[in-house]
Design a protein around this ligand. Structure first.
Ligand SMILES: Nc1ncnc2c1ncn2[C@@H]1O[C@H](COP(=O)(O)OP(=O)(O)OP(=O)(O)O)[C@@H](O)[C@H]1O
Ligand SMILES: [Mg+2]
Length: 310
């Protein structure tokens, strides 16, 4: 779907991205991660031609991105930027409707879509649609930015730290929402973050950049269990790799079926990391498990947190 082959970009004689080889298949959720200045935003912006690359080839749907008109790319790729970038003199509704307007959607359809997206991002539609960006908090502006990226139901979502200004609760809710949107729509999503937990929780593929080069790419499990270097291990957080591994797996995968236990239950969909926390805060070594409908779904023992013997 998106194919970088030896792509480089230089600004004023300084390499921002160097000989990048990266393939993001259709429907994948890929996360670009790395320290500040490592080339994440530049990589993202080359995909929709906000930044033109110098050498190599970058293909979208099999075609060099330079063969697409920028308007076509903008229509097919939703883009939520790091600095929010809402138009200050436009209302929330007008901001979200940017691409649908370009596409000449009928007014009622635009209105319905704006209502739907505001509700999706937990902004009460009637309260917020007529406001201007300066009348919103930073986190609310960021959510409007995400709504704008989603508006015309694009094939690809490019998101540059879309949840950066959000409190942990709203951030977790929006991460869940993004996971849901991805699961339902099968969109190709490229997301930039510097939050390793966000990357591990969302990504199918993590691409770790350093000084414009890929240091390692792979699934969250691969990065945690087979870091390519000490630098990767440090970036992931050497001391709590075990905890992060627990965050990748759900209680349902380890619960002992047909066994009952007393006490406050934990959801089958909770992660093993959440289960660890529940064991410790409750001082229990067994937790009853319930499914999404609240029915008993077995028991999790503290020892079940250990990886199964090979
Ligand atoms: N328009 C530009 N003009 C000149 N230099 C630029 C430009 N955009 C980026 N750079 C430089 O290219 C390098 C990579 O920048 P980029 O914005 O891609 O980093 P990043 O990984 O997104 O960082 P951050 O996490 O801080 O957002 C940096 O050294 C930056 O200073
Ligand atoms: Mg950036």
């Amino acid at each position: 779907m998106i194919e970088f082959s030896q792509v480089s970009k230089t600004f004023d004689g300084q390499r921002a991205v160097e000989a990048l080889d990266l393939v993001i298949p259709q429907g994948e959720l890929a996360v670009l991660i790395g320290t500040s200045g490592s080339g994440k935003s530049t990589t993202l912006k080359m995909i929709n031609r906000l930044v033109e690359y110098d050498s190599g080839t970058l293909r979208f749907a099999g075609e060099d991105v330079r063969h697409f008109r920028p308007e076509t790319l903008r229509r097919r790729m939703g883009y939520a930027i790091q600095s929010i970038g809402l138009f200050p003199h436009w209302t929330v509704e007008q901001n979200i409707a940017t691409v649908p307007q370009l596409l000449n959607w009928p007014k009622p359809r635009i209105r319905d879509r704006v209502t739907e997206l505001l509700a999706l991002l937990h902004l009460e539609p009637e309260q917020y649609r007529g406001r201007f960006p300066h009348q919103l908090s930073g986190g609310q502006q960021q959510r409007v930015g995400v709504a704008r990226a989603l508006a015309a139901d694009p094939d690809v979502l490019l998101m540059d730290e879309p949840f950066g200004a959000l409190d942990p609760v709203t951030r977790a809710a929006l991460q869940d929402e993004l996971r849901r949107i991805h699961a339902l729509s099968g969109k190709t999503i490229v997301l930039v973050t510097h939050d390793i937990d966000e990357a591990l929780g969302l990504a199918q593929r993590i691409v770790l950049l350093e000084r414009g080069r890929i240091v390692q790419q792979g699934s969250p499990l691969e990065l945690l269990t087979r870091p390519a270097s000490d630098a990767v291990r440090d970036f992931i957080g050497r001391s709590d790799i075990g905890i992060k591994l627990l965050a990748l797996e759900r209680v349902a995968a380890r619960a002992r079926q047909g066994e009952a236990a007393a006490g406050e239950p934990i959801a089958a969909a909770a992660t093993l990391r959440e289960a660890l926390s529940a064991f410790v805060t409750r001082g229990a070594d067994r937790l009853p498990v319930i499914d999404a409908q609240g029915r008993p779904a077995g028991t999790l023992h503290f020892a079940d947190l250990l990886p199964p013997a090979p």
